[in-house]
Design a protein around this ligand. Structure first.
Ligand SMILES: Cc1cc2nc3c(=O)[nH]c(=O)nc-3n(C[C@H](O)[C@H](O)[C@H](O)COP(=O)(O)OP(=O)(O)OC[C@H]3O[C@@H](n4cnc5c(N)ncnc54)[C@H](O)[C@@H]3O)c2cc1C
Length: 216
């Protein structure tokens, strides 16, 4: 069996770093936000983080204005949830905030294992190509307009998906309400086993600095 290349020094694709920034509302305070270490090059000591830019928020603003030489305090990752890599197939679902973790998972899978990705993005320019030996079937769901029901858009793509034979692992991360709705769809309408599904709200619409772990 071929060895997989080590592209990152953290053990699980959905590990996260804590980013620490000055609190714009309290100059002596600090805010913390979670971001996926997309890649770490030990030799160059170079950490890559992909920021999904949105309108407001300390990190969004920092990232848009970032220039060479700027400093950022970063901690972690502190611990890793290791998912067995011998599932018969993988299904990875999310929005652009989940893309770094989805990319890492796809790149790290064994040759030939079926993996489907269903990712919600704003426009075709945000589509990414991943290098992998897995058998990747990517679906990109474009937001048709700002008012569209994002969960419904992704669900439509999932409805067309036929689960391969065997035991699969489903991973979902997106805005909390969207992730919750997709989790319910996979459990209640596709009867995917709860034990083999992980869903997270990577951000919460209208609430700064919030995320949601979705147990069980
Ligand atoms: C484990 C984990 C890993 C993550 N990895 C990544 C990653 O690699 N890349 C990445 O881009 N994000 C990632 N996120 C999501 C990121 O932490 C949040 O989007 C975070 O809230 C952004 O911080 P901010 O300071 O820019 O905005 P905040 O101050 O948190 O929010 C300000 C406002 O913007 C809204 N908002 C927040 N995020 C978004 C968004 N993506 N789109 C639209 N509106 C938004 C909020 O609802 C709020 O109204 C991850 C989250 C978790 C939990």
């Amino acid at each position: 069996m071929a060895l997989r290349p080590v592209r990152s020094n953290s053990r699980s694709p959905d590990d996260y770093n804590k980013l620490f920034l000055a609190d714009p509302d309290a100059p002596s305070g600090e805010v913390m936000r979670d971001f996926t270490p997309r890649r770490f090059d030990r030799d160059r000591e170079c950490l890559t983080i992909d920021f999904a830019l949105h309108e407001v928020g300390p990190v969004a603003q920092w990232a848009q204005a970032a220039a060479v030489g700027d400093r950022l305090a970063i901690g972690g990752p502190r611990g890793s949830v290791i998912v067995p890599d011998d599932f018969d197939y993988y299904q990875l679902v999310g929005d652009e905030t989940a893309l770094p973790a989805i990319g890492r998972r796809i790149e790290g899978l064994w040759a030939g294992v079926p993996v489907t990705s269903v990712v919600l993005v704003d426009c075709p320019a945000e589509i990414q190509v991943f290098e992998t030996e897995a058998y990747l079937n990517p679906t990109w769901v474009l937001r048709s307009n700002a008012m569209a029901d994002e969960a419904a858009l992704v669900r439509e793509a999932l409805e067309r998906w036929q689960a391969p034979q065997g035991e699969g692992y489903v991973w979902i991360a997106a805005e909390a309400q969207v992730a919750r709705s997709l989790k319910s769809y996979m459990l209640e309408q596709r009867y995917h086993p709860k034990a083999w599904l992980k869903a997270s709200g990577y951000w919460v619409r209208g609430v700064a600095g919030a995320s949601e772990k979705m147990e069980g």
